[in-house]
Design a protein around this ligand. Structure first.
Ligand SMILES: Nc1nc2c(ncn2[C@@H]2O[C@H](COP(=O)(O)OP(=O)(O)OP(=O)(O)O)[C@@H](O)[C@H]2O)c(=O)[nH]1
Ligand SMILES: [Mg+2]
Length: 362
Protein backbone atom coordinates (compact mmCIF):
# COMPACT_ATOMS: atom_id res chain seq x y z
CA UNK A 1 0.00 0.00 0.00
CA UNK A 2 1.26 3.39 -0.94
CA UNK A 3 1.20 5.95 1.84
CA UNK A 4 -0.83 8.98 1.14
CA UNK A 5 1.60 11.90 0.85
CA UNK A 6 1.44 13.81 4.12
CA UNK A 7 2.28 17.28 2.91
CA UNK A 8 0.40 17.68 -0.30
CA UNK A 9 -0.51 21.33 0.15
CA UNK A 10 0.91 24.22 2.07
CA UNK A 11 -2.26 24.27 4.12
CA UNK A 12 -1.57 20.82 5.50
CA UNK A 13 2.08 21.17 6.07
CA UNK A 14 1.70 20.58 9.79
CA UNK A 15 -0.48 17.47 9.46
CA UNK A 16 0.77 14.71 11.64
CA UNK A 17 2.84 16.99 13.81
CA UNK A 18 1.66 17.49 17.37
CA UNK A 19 0.62 21.09 17.77
CA UNK A 20 2.22 22.84 20.68
CA UNK A 21 -0.02 24.03 23.48
CA UNK A 22 -0.87 27.65 22.94
CA UNK A 23 0.68 28.33 26.39
CA UNK A 24 3.75 26.43 27.39
CA UNK A 25 3.32 24.63 30.67
CA UNK A 26 6.74 25.70 31.90
CA UNK A 27 5.98 29.38 31.21
CA UNK A 28 2.75 29.09 33.15
CA UNK A 29 4.63 27.52 36.03
CA UNK A 30 7.21 30.31 35.94
CA UNK A 31 4.59 33.03 35.88
CA UNK A 32 2.68 31.45 38.75
CA UNK A 33 5.89 31.21 40.74
CA UNK A 34 6.64 34.87 40.13
CA UNK A 35 3.11 35.87 41.04
CA UNK A 36 3.34 33.95 44.23
CA UNK A 37 6.52 35.88 45.00
CA UNK A 38 4.51 39.11 45.29
CA UNK A 39 4.62 39.57 49.02
CA UNK A 40 1.41 39.93 50.96
CA UNK A 41 0.74 43.11 52.94
CA UNK A 42 1.78 41.36 56.16
CA UNK A 43 5.01 40.09 54.58
CA UNK A 44 5.80 43.61 53.38
CA UNK A 45 5.15 45.04 56.82
CA UNK A 46 7.33 42.37 58.46
CA UNK A 47 10.13 43.17 56.02
CA UNK A 48 9.82 46.89 56.69
CA UNK A 49 9.83 46.44 60.45
CA UNK A 50 12.95 44.29 60.09
CA UNK A 51 14.66 47.18 58.32
CA UNK A 52 14.63 45.51 54.90
CA UNK A 53 15.14 48.16 52.21
CA UNK A 54 13.82 45.94 49.42
CA UNK A 55 10.53 45.54 51.26
CA UNK A 56 10.51 49.30 51.86
CA UNK A 57 11.01 50.04 48.17
CA UNK A 58 8.29 47.60 47.19
CA UNK A 59 5.87 49.14 49.65
CA UNK A 60 6.62 52.66 48.40
CA UNK A 61 6.04 51.49 44.83
CA UNK A 62 2.73 50.02 45.96
CA UNK A 63 1.73 53.30 47.62
CA UNK A 64 2.73 55.22 44.50
CA UNK A 65 0.78 52.94 42.19
CA UNK A 66 -2.13 54.51 40.39
CA UNK A 67 -3.71 51.10 39.83
CA UNK A 68 -6.95 51.13 41.88
CA UNK A 69 -6.57 47.42 42.68
CA UNK A 70 -3.39 48.21 44.67
CA UNK A 71 -5.08 50.78 46.87
CA UNK A 72 -6.50 48.38 49.44
CA UNK A 73 -3.19 46.59 49.96
CA UNK A 74 -1.33 49.90 50.15
CA UNK A 75 -3.75 51.21 52.79
CA UNK A 76 -3.36 47.99 54.73
CA UNK A 77 0.45 48.29 54.72
CA UNK A 78 0.32 51.94 55.78
CA UNK A 79 -2.10 51.21 58.61
CA UNK A 80 0.08 48.44 59.96
CA UNK A 81 3.16 50.68 59.76
CA UNK A 82 1.57 53.73 61.38
CA UNK A 83 2.07 52.62 65.00
CA UNK A 84 5.79 52.26 64.27
CA UNK A 85 6.16 55.63 62.54
CA UNK A 86 6.55 59.11 64.05
CA UNK A 87 9.90 58.30 65.65
CA UNK A 88 12.01 60.58 63.55
CA UNK A 89 12.94 64.11 62.68
CA UNK A 90 11.74 65.34 59.31
CA UNK A 91 13.81 67.99 57.57
CA UNK A 92 12.75 69.79 54.40
CA UNK A 93 15.45 71.14 52.11
CA UNK A 94 14.73 73.52 49.29
CA UNK A 95 16.72 75.70 46.92
CA UNK A 96 16.76 76.70 43.29
CA UNK A 97 18.24 74.31 40.72
CA UNK A 98 22.02 74.27 40.86
CA UNK A 99 22.31 75.66 44.40
CA UNK A 100 23.82 72.35 45.48
CA UNK A 101 20.95 70.45 47.13
CA UNK A 102 22.14 67.03 46.01
CA UNK A 103 25.76 67.75 46.92
CA UNK A 104 24.63 69.13 50.29
CA UNK A 105 22.40 66.15 51.04
CA UNK A 106 25.26 63.80 50.20
CA UNK A 107 27.59 65.60 52.65
CA UNK A 108 24.91 66.14 55.31
CA UNK A 109 23.62 62.57 54.99
CA UNK A 110 27.11 61.10 55.32
CA UNK A 111 27.74 63.26 58.37
CA UNK A 112 24.54 61.97 59.95
CA UNK A 113 25.16 58.30 59.22
CA UNK A 114 28.66 58.91 60.64
CA UNK A 115 27.02 59.84 63.94
CA UNK A 116 24.92 56.66 63.91
CA UNK A 117 21.73 58.06 62.45
CA UNK A 118 19.71 56.34 59.74
CA UNK A 119 18.86 58.69 56.90
CA UNK A 120 16.13 58.44 54.28
CA UNK A 121 16.03 60.96 51.43
CA UNK A 122 12.77 61.51 49.58
CA UNK A 123 11.98 64.14 46.98
CA UNK A 124 8.92 66.15 46.11
CA UNK A 125 9.22 67.32 42.56
CA UNK A 126 5.99 67.55 40.60
CA UNK A 127 7.95 68.15 37.44
CA UNK A 128 10.14 65.07 37.80
CA UNK A 129 8.12 63.05 35.31
CA UNK A 130 9.53 65.41 32.71
CA UNK A 131 13.07 65.82 34.00
CA UNK A 132 14.54 62.42 34.61
CA UNK A 133 17.92 64.13 34.29
CA UNK A 134 17.95 65.21 37.90
CA UNK A 135 17.52 61.65 39.09
CA UNK A 136 20.47 60.55 36.96
CA UNK A 137 22.45 63.49 38.32
CA UNK A 138 21.63 62.51 41.89
CA UNK A 139 22.95 59.02 41.37
CA UNK A 140 26.40 60.45 40.78
CA UNK A 141 26.13 63.37 43.21
CA UNK A 142 25.00 61.16 46.05
CA UNK A 143 27.45 58.41 45.20
CA UNK A 144 28.63 57.79 48.77
CA UNK A 145 25.22 58.07 50.36
CA UNK A 146 23.68 55.66 47.85
CA UNK A 147 26.18 53.01 48.94
CA UNK A 148 25.70 53.71 52.64
CA UNK A 149 24.11 50.86 54.56
CA UNK A 150 22.33 53.35 56.84
CA UNK A 151 20.90 55.53 54.09
CA UNK A 152 17.99 55.12 51.75
CA UNK A 153 17.43 57.35 48.72
CA UNK A 154 14.18 57.35 46.82
CA UNK A 155 13.78 59.40 43.62
CA UNK A 156 10.73 61.57 43.57
CA UNK A 157 7.29 60.16 42.97
CA UNK A 158 5.83 61.44 39.76
CA UNK A 159 2.27 62.56 39.39
CA UNK A 160 0.00 65.00 37.70
CA UNK A 161 -0.95 67.00 40.75
CA UNK A 162 1.15 68.33 43.57
CA UNK A 163 -1.49 67.05 45.98
CA UNK A 164 -1.05 63.53 44.62
CA UNK A 165 2.73 63.69 44.81
CA UNK A 166 2.55 65.13 48.33
CA UNK A 167 0.23 62.37 49.55
CA UNK A 168 2.59 59.71 48.21
CA UNK A 169 5.52 61.40 49.89
CA UNK A 170 3.65 61.63 53.21
CA UNK A 171 2.96 57.91 53.06
CA UNK A 172 6.55 57.15 52.04
CA UNK A 173 7.68 59.04 55.19
CA UNK A 174 5.57 56.70 57.35
CA UNK A 175 7.05 53.64 55.65
CA UNK A 176 10.64 54.91 56.03
CA UNK A 177 10.07 55.63 59.71
CA UNK A 178 8.60 52.18 60.31
CA UNK A 179 11.71 50.79 58.59
CA UNK A 180 13.87 52.41 61.26
CA UNK A 181 15.01 55.61 59.54
CA UNK A 182 15.24 58.28 62.21
CA UNK A 183 16.12 61.22 59.98
CA UNK A 184 13.93 61.91 56.97
CA UNK A 185 15.13 64.46 54.45
CA UNK A 186 12.58 65.76 51.98
CA UNK A 187 14.12 67.60 49.07
CA UNK A 188 12.27 69.92 46.76
CA UNK A 189 13.23 72.25 43.97
CA UNK A 190 12.59 75.84 44.99
CA UNK A 191 10.14 76.69 42.30
CA UNK A 192 6.37 76.75 42.36
CA UNK A 193 4.17 75.54 45.17
CA UNK A 194 6.08 72.47 46.23
CA UNK A 195 7.82 74.23 49.14
CA UNK A 196 4.49 74.89 50.81
CA UNK A 197 3.56 71.23 50.49
CA UNK A 198 6.93 70.16 51.88
CA UNK A 199 6.75 72.71 54.68
CA UNK A 200 3.50 71.15 55.81
CA UNK A 201 5.05 67.70 56.15
CA UNK A 202 8.35 68.46 57.90
CA UNK A 203 9.44 69.60 61.35
CA UNK A 204 12.29 71.78 60.18
CA UNK A 205 12.69 73.74 56.98
CA UNK A 206 16.10 74.50 55.54
CA UNK A 207 16.62 76.92 52.68
CA UNK A 208 19.79 76.52 50.66
CA UNK A 209 21.16 79.65 48.99
CA UNK A 210 24.31 80.83 47.29
CA UNK A 211 25.86 84.26 47.70
CA UNK A 212 24.92 86.63 44.93
CA UNK A 213 26.38 89.95 43.98
CA UNK A 214 25.21 91.76 47.10
CA UNK A 215 21.56 91.60 46.15
CA UNK A 216 20.75 88.60 48.29
CA UNK A 217 17.18 89.46 48.99
CA UNK A 218 16.28 90.13 45.38
CA UNK A 219 14.07 87.59 43.75
CA UNK A 220 13.56 85.56 46.90
CA UNK A 221 9.97 84.96 47.75
CA UNK A 222 8.92 86.36 51.11
CA UNK A 223 6.88 83.25 51.80
CA UNK A 224 9.92 81.03 51.52
CA UNK A 225 11.95 83.24 53.84
CA UNK A 226 9.13 83.09 56.35
CA UNK A 227 9.05 79.31 56.24
CA UNK A 228 12.79 78.88 56.75
CA UNK A 229 14.12 77.80 60.14
CA UNK A 230 17.64 77.92 58.77
CA UNK A 231 19.24 79.50 55.73
CA UNK A 232 22.45 77.81 54.62
CA UNK A 233 24.63 79.70 52.19
CA UNK A 234 26.36 77.02 50.19
CA UNK A 235 29.49 77.15 48.02
CA UNK A 236 31.35 79.13 50.68
CA UNK A 237 34.71 78.09 49.30
CA UNK A 238 37.58 79.67 47.35
CA UNK A 239 36.83 83.20 46.20
CA UNK A 240 33.27 82.86 47.43
CA UNK A 241 34.02 82.79 51.15
CA UNK A 242 33.94 86.56 51.57
CA UNK A 243 30.72 86.99 49.61
CA UNK A 244 29.11 84.17 51.58
CA UNK A 245 29.95 85.90 54.86
CA UNK A 246 28.44 89.15 53.62
CA UNK A 247 25.32 87.32 52.51
CA UNK A 248 25.07 85.74 55.94
CA UNK A 249 25.02 89.16 57.59
CA UNK A 250 22.41 90.43 55.17
CA UNK A 251 20.10 87.45 55.62
CA UNK A 252 20.47 87.61 59.36
CA UNK A 253 19.40 91.22 59.33
CA UNK A 254 16.41 90.44 57.09
CA UNK A 255 15.30 87.49 59.21
CA UNK A 256 15.11 89.66 62.27
CA UNK A 257 12.52 91.79 60.54
CA UNK A 258 10.06 88.92 60.30
CA UNK A 259 7.55 88.38 63.09
CA UNK A 260 8.54 85.79 65.70
CA UNK A 261 7.63 82.21 64.87
CA UNK A 262 5.04 80.22 66.82
CA UNK A 263 7.76 77.76 67.68
CA UNK A 264 9.64 80.46 69.58
CA UNK A 265 12.64 79.78 67.33
CA UNK A 266 14.71 82.58 65.90
CA UNK A 267 15.70 81.43 62.37
CA UNK A 268 19.44 81.23 61.82
CA UNK A 269 21.88 81.69 58.95
CA UNK A 270 25.09 79.77 58.39
CA UNK A 271 27.53 79.08 55.56
CA UNK A 272 28.94 75.82 54.21
CA UNK A 273 30.80 74.24 51.36
CA UNK A 274 28.94 71.06 50.54
CA UNK A 275 31.64 70.00 48.13
CA UNK A 276 34.41 70.29 50.77
CA UNK A 277 32.15 69.13 53.63
CA UNK A 278 32.94 72.39 55.45
CA UNK A 279 30.35 73.72 57.89
CA UNK A 280 28.16 70.63 57.61
CA UNK A 281 28.58 69.67 61.26
CA UNK A 282 27.52 73.23 62.20
CA UNK A 283 24.31 72.81 60.21
CA UNK A 284 23.46 69.68 62.18
CA UNK A 285 24.34 71.45 65.42
CA UNK A 286 21.77 74.18 64.64
CA UNK A 287 19.15 71.63 63.55
CA UNK A 288 19.69 69.72 66.81
CA UNK A 289 19.31 72.90 68.86
CA UNK A 290 15.98 73.49 67.17
CA UNK A 291 14.74 69.99 68.00
CA UNK A 292 15.86 70.30 71.58
CA UNK A 293 13.90 73.53 71.88
CA UNK A 294 10.79 72.38 69.96
CA UNK A 295 10.53 69.11 71.87
CA UNK A 296 11.10 70.91 75.14
CA UNK A 297 8.29 73.41 74.61
CA UNK A 298 5.99 70.75 73.04
CA UNK A 299 5.79 72.66 69.78
CA UNK A 300 7.15 69.58 67.98
CA UNK A 301 4.12 67.38 68.72
CA UNK A 302 1.62 70.22 68.37
CA UNK A 303 2.92 70.98 64.87
CA UNK A 304 2.69 67.33 63.80
CA UNK A 305 -0.87 67.12 65.06
CA UNK A 306 -1.74 70.28 63.16
CA UNK A 307 -0.11 68.91 60.01
CA UNK A 308 -2.17 65.72 60.29
CA UNK A 309 -5.42 67.63 60.38
CA UNK A 310 -4.21 69.86 57.54
CA UNK A 311 -3.61 66.78 55.37
CA UNK A 312 -7.00 65.36 56.28
CA UNK A 313 -8.85 68.41 54.98
CA UNK A 314 -6.40 68.84 52.12
CA UNK A 315 -7.08 65.28 50.94
CA UNK A 316 -10.83 65.77 51.14
CA UNK A 317 -10.58 69.01 49.15
CA UNK A 318 -8.35 67.38 46.56
CA UNK A 319 -10.64 64.35 46.11
CA UNK A 320 -13.86 66.35 45.99
CA UNK A 321 -12.36 68.59 43.35
CA UNK A 322 -11.16 65.73 41.22
CA UNK A 323 -14.47 63.89 41.65
CA UNK A 324 -16.36 66.96 40.45
CA UNK A 325 -14.23 67.72 37.42
CA UNK A 326 -14.04 64.11 36.27
CA UNK A 327 -17.75 63.33 36.75
CA UNK A 328 -19.29 62.30 33.46
CA UNK A 329 -21.15 65.14 31.79
CA UNK A 330 -19.65 67.92 33.92
CA UNK A 331 -16.85 68.96 31.54
CA UNK A 332 -19.07 69.83 28.52
CA UNK A 333 -21.57 71.62 30.77
CA UNK A 334 -18.76 73.56 32.36
CA UNK A 335 -17.53 74.71 28.95
CA UNK A 336 -21.06 75.76 28.03
CA UNK A 337 -21.49 77.74 31.24
CA UNK A 338 -18.08 79.33 30.94
CA UNK A 339 -19.13 80.82 27.62
CA UNK A 340 -22.41 82.06 29.07
CA UNK A 341 -20.54 83.65 31.99
CA UNK A 342 -17.99 85.25 29.68
CA UNK A 343 -20.82 86.73 27.61
CA UNK A 344 -22.49 88.09 30.73
CA UNK A 345 -25.55 85.97 30.11
CA UNK A 346 -25.29 84.41 33.53
CA UNK A 347 -23.56 85.29 36.79
CA UNK A 348 -20.60 83.07 37.75
CA UNK A 349 -22.30 82.25 41.07
CA UNK A 350 -25.52 81.13 39.44
CA UNK A 351 -23.55 79.00 37.00
CA UNK A 352 -21.50 77.44 39.80
CA UNK A 353 -24.67 76.77 41.78
CA UNK A 354 -26.28 75.04 38.84
CA UNK A 355 -23.23 72.87 38.10
CA UNK A 356 -22.88 71.87 41.74
CA UNK A 357 -26.57 70.96 41.96
CA UNK A 358 -26.10 68.86 38.87
CA UNK A 359 -23.12 67.13 40.52
CA UNK A 360 -24.83 66.48 43.85
CA UNK A 361 -28.08 65.31 42.28
CA UNK A 362 -26.45 62.13 40.97
N1 LIG B 1 32.18 75.36 44.59
C1 LIG B 1 31.17 74.61 45.00
N2 LIG B 1 30.37 74.00 44.10
C2 LIG B 1 29.35 73.26 44.56
C3 LIG B 1 29.10 73.10 45.95
N3 LIG B 1 27.99 72.34 46.09
C4 LIG B 1 27.58 72.02 44.84
N4 LIG B 1 28.40 72.56 43.91
C5 LIG B 1 28.30 72.40 42.46
O1 LIG B 1 27.12 73.02 42.01
C6 LIG B 1 26.54 72.27 40.94
C7 LIG B 1 25.10 71.91 41.25
O2 LIG B 1 25.06 71.04 42.37
P1 LIG B 1 23.86 70.05 42.66
O3 LIG B 1 24.15 69.41 43.96
O4 LIG B 1 23.59 69.19 41.51
O5 LIG B 1 22.68 71.09 42.79
P2 LIG B 1 21.10 70.82 42.94
O6 LIG B 1 20.59 71.94 43.76
O7 LIG B 1 20.88 69.44 43.44
O8 LIG B 1 20.60 70.97 41.48
P3 LIG B 1 19.24 70.39 40.84
O9 LIG B 1 19.15 68.93 41.18
O10 LIG B 1 19.40 70.63 39.38
O11 LIG B 1 18.10 71.17 41.43
C8 LIG B 1 27.43 71.05 40.75
O12 LIG B 1 28.31 71.28 39.70
C9 LIG B 1 28.16 70.95 42.06
O13 LIG B 1 29.42 70.35 41.93
C10 LIG B 1 29.98 73.75 46.87
O14 LIG B 1 29.85 73.67 48.08
N5 LIG B 1 30.99 74.50 46.33
MG1 LIG C 1 19.73 67.80 42.67
Amino acid sequence: MVDKPKFNTALHEKDGVNQPESFSASSIANITKLRRKQPTATELVQGILNGNKTALSRAITLVESTNPSHLEKATNVINQCLPHANKSVRIGITGVPGVGKSTFIEAFGKHLTGTGRKVAVLAVDPSSSMSHGSILGDKTRMEELVKDENAYIRPSASGDTLGGVARKTREAIILCEACGFDTIIIETVGVGQSETAVHSMVDFFLLLKIAGAGDELQGIKRGIMEMADLIVINKADGDNIKKAKLAKTEFNRALHLFPAKNSGWQPKVTTCSAINHDGIADVWQIVSEYFEMAKGNHYFNAKRAEQNSYWLTETINEQLKSSFYTREGIAPLLEQYKKAVQNNELSPFAAAQFLLEKYFSK
